[in-house]
Design a protein around this ligand. Structure first.
Ligand code: HEC
Length: 107
């Protein structure tokens, strides 16, 4: 009788679980171990060139270590897409953006 309701609830739970996994797990960039090492090296340069001036861990702006520890790749990607007041939009390429996220959050 109330089967549709049960199904809807099950779908809602499944979606919630999927959404939380999607948020928690780092994106799968499809990179090999060596590619990850190389991407991290490039991403460090991207960070130094585009972020480090402001993100020194001073005032209320999180520094490199805090960004790595406290923010997922998806959270950082979301901030880059819609930066807060005082932060410029990311000017690099899609590849540089990926390298930056790999550097800050691993492959
Ligand atoms: C011109 C200065 C500036 C540059 C360059 C800059 N940011 Fe920011 N960023 C800010 C400011 C200011 C905030 C807001 C801090 C606050 O008040 O919470 C911020 C916030 C953030 C936040 C969210 C922190 C939070 O929880 O509010 C992330 C993540 C972040 N920046 C990452 C980056 C990355 C990655 C780069 C390099 C691509 C970058 N930022 C470049 C100034 C800058």
């Amino acid at each position: 009788m109330n089967k549709p309701r049960v199904t809807a609830a099950a779908v809602a739970v499944a979606l919630a679980v999927a959404a939380s996994l999607w948020t928690l797990r780092p994106p799968d960039w499809g990179l090999s171990e060596e590619e990850i090492v190389a991407a991290e090296r490039r991403g460090r340069q991207v960070f130094l060139a585009n972020c480090a001036n402001c993100h020194r861990g001073e005032a209320d702006i999180p520094g490199q270590d805090e960004l790595r520890a406290d923010y997922s790749s998806r959270e950082i990607a979301a901030v880059l897409a819609t930066p807060p007041a005082g932060m410029p939009p990311f000017a690099g390429s899609a590849a540089e953006r990926r390298d930056l996220l790999v550097f800050l959050n691993g492959g």
